[in-house]
Design a binder for this molecule. Structure first.
Ligand code: GAL
Length: 430
């Protein structure tokens, strides 16, 4: 074999099996805000000007995101969902925003959002119509991609209503190409697998090649039963979907509904913890202009966001269940592990869980350092595989911890004092 051929073989052996969409975007799970769950298709600006789908809503959300620490916490994309366009395309066949609700047009809105150091997302549909009945992009992929690029849009959520399911793959792929051909980096958020599952098992290699994230399952609602159903679906399909996730492409279990009406605080903590474990996009759908301080603190919790945005980009999954507990674990960079313990029993009070029963606890041999993040921050110090730590978990709540292994080289230089905390030896043992 020639040297060049040999090199090619080596390079191809080194390449990961599933390539991500090559647009340099979503190297970490996307963070931002998306209007759908909270504001839906409210187009009644006459009687409800504060909450209707209009340029004002996104401008106000962007203002708050900058003023109230959201941008600093990492939330970057302000995203429009369905119901923004006019029911008619313009004379050139281009989509246009509803003129009454978006008098400045989308380009002006994008300029405003960019002036705040944020990014703008928009919504369209692969089929004839959007789910709410607005014009779809079928037959207009190039034109719509170019229109979004001309408007300086940064993200496209591409829905899958009113489309022949057999043609979903072709449609999503063609739009991906059309976006790439514009030359503008536009993050591509798909719903391809969600619409394909009823037909056949989706091809996640192709999906990862095409999209930056992809919805697999039903829309999230503002309720614990909805969040639970998403977790159940994800765990039931984790062997298929988890390997597809990584920098550039993520499974999308839908929006965070934290800060709304339907979840107790414990349930909000569960959604935040599990969305971080699942390496999910963190797209909030709530009213940032009026949000309870505890929900805000949770959504801006740096330690949880650090888990979500971990540089290794591996999705976590359910590793154990029993006695109405579920353990979910996510491998993190530097050989660390995030562990979430969800109490699924919706009756009674807090229940204790021996964290040593988490399958990932084996990284505590010989020793590890443990930090509890939820329900409250607590340094638990150095532990061993034999340590018995009981974490208390409220009904439908979650305890979230990080575990950092301490290598045997390190432990040789230290010894445990009687309290289980480290003291430094005076002399180094070689
Ligand atoms: C659904 C989609 C939702 C939202 C809605 C808009 O199909 O899953 O997230 O975009 O359409 O009509």
């Amino acid at each position: 074999m020639s040297r060049a051929a040999c090199l090619l073989v080596i390079i191809s052996l080194m390449s990961p099996a599933a390539e991500a969409l090559d647009n340099g975007l979503a190297l970490k799970p996307t963070m931002g805000w998306l209007h759908w769950e909270r504001f839906m298709c409210n187009i009644d600006c006459d009687t409800d000007p504060n909450n209707c789908i209009s340029e004002r809503l996104y401008m106000q959300m962007a203002d708050v995101m900058v003023k109230e620490g959201w941008k600093e916490a990492g939330y970057e994309y302000v995203c429009i969902d369905d119901c923004w366009p006019s029911h008619q395309r313009d004379a050139q066949g281009r989509l246009q925003a509803d003129p009454k609700r978006f008098p400045g047009g989308i380009k002006k809105l994008a300029d405003y959002i960019h002036s705040k150091g944020l990014k703008l997302g928009i919504y369209a549909d692969v089929g004839d119509k959007t789910c709410a009945g607005y014009p779809g992009s079928l037959g207009y992929y190039e034109k719509d991609a170019q229109t979004f690029a001309d408007w300086d849009v940064d993200l496209l959520k591409f829905d899958g209503c009113f489309m022949n399911r057999a043609l979903l793959g072709e449609g999503y792929t063609n739009m991906s190409k059309a976006l790439n051909n514009t030359g503008r980096p536009i993050l591509y958020s798909c719903e391809w697998p969600l619409y394909e599952w009823p037909l056949k098992q989706p091809n996640y290699t192709a999906i990862r090649d095409t999209c930056n994230h992809w919805r697999n399952f039903d829309d999230v609602f503002d309720s614990w039963s909805s969040v639970k159903s998403i977790l159940d679906w994800t765990a039931a399909h984790q062997d298929i979907i988890v390997p597809a996730a990584g920098p550039g492409g993520w499974n999308d279990p839908d929006m965070l509904v934290i800060g709304n009406f339907g979840l107790s605080h414990d349930q909000q903590e569960s959604q935040m913890a599990l969305w971080a474990i699942m390496a999910s996009p963190l797209l909030m759908s709530n009213d940032l202009r009026d949000i309870c301080p505890r929900s805000k603190e949770l959504l801006q919790n740096k330690r949880i966001i650090d888990i979500s945005q971990d540089s290794m980009g591996k999705q976590g999954y359910r590793t154990a269940k029993g006695n109405d507990f579920e353990v979910w674990e996510r491998p993190l960079s530097k050989k660390r592990l995030a562990v979430a313990v969800l109490n699924k029993l919706e009756i009674g009070g807090p229940r204790g869980f021996d964290i040593g029963a988490a399958p990932g606890w084996k990284i505590c041999g010989p020793q590890c350092n443990v930090t509890q993040i939820l329900p409250q921050y607590k340094e638990m110090g150095v532990q061993t595989q034999q340590s018995k730590i009981i974490v208390s978990v409220n009904p439908s709540g979650t305890a979230l911890l990080t575990v950092t292994p301490i290598s045997s080289d390190f432990t040789r230089l230290h010894k445990l004092n009687w309290q289980g905390t480290f003291v430094r030896r005076k002399h180094t043992i070689l």
